[in-house]
Design a protein around this ligand. Sequence first.
Ligand code: GDP
Ligand code: MG
Length: 211
Amino acid sequence: MFDLLTAKFEDLFYKIRNKGKLSPNDLDSALREIKLALLEADVNFKVVEEFIENVKAKATGEKILESLTPYQHVVKIVNEEIIRMLGSSSGGISFASRGPTIIMTVGLHGSGKTSSVIKLANFLKTKFQKKVSVVAADVYRPAAVLQLEDMAKNIDVDVYSENNSDPVSISVKGVELFKKSGSDVIIIDTAGRLHIDENMMNEIANIRNKT
Ligand SMILES: Nc1nc2c(ncn2[C@@H]2O[C@H](COP(=O)(O)OP(=O)(O)O)[C@@H](O)[C@H]2O)c(=O)[nH]1
Ligand SMILES: [Mg+2]
């Protein structure tokens, strides 16, 4: 997603880079391209609308700094809005006050869930000295379990997996087992899903409610 967005933004900014002055038309067509780029990258429609509104309001309302060209000004506003949209402060990690902290990944196919599980497990292990275990709940993608097991082995983290079972019962059993064995953090690696897939959304709600 970010690669695609980066390429689109670079392309767009290249087009307006050498303009001495940005006309309202230039701004409108730039905003339209930003909007399309965000939508193509599967950013939620409402989020995109708000983003574009904010950039537009700032671009037309703010006095252009004398040290900046119109191009740099638009880049600055887009940059500020992206930071604001993603959250400008880091929140820290809140661990459960009793029992293990249970974390579940949620996201599209190939969006980096499994890689993030491993990075997070390693981070919590080394920076917080937590005992971390992971549950392999992606039964849909071929070799997803193997991928997780392979990566987990490298950072010396235990994995719970099961053949021929469904993600909800795998998660329930995995969490139960790791609770007993004294894990501080249990991370459930789920399969990719689209928010419009009702069955898959019910499944993830079940995993959340039952673990
Ligand atoms: N460029 C880039 N690629 C990543 C990143 N995280 C994961 N990937 C790659 O994206 C692909 C999908 O990652 P994976 O963790 O398996 O995604 P999942 O399907 O959501 O579990 C793999 O080829 C990863 O190597 C990242 O932060 N940056
Ligand atoms: Mg995965």
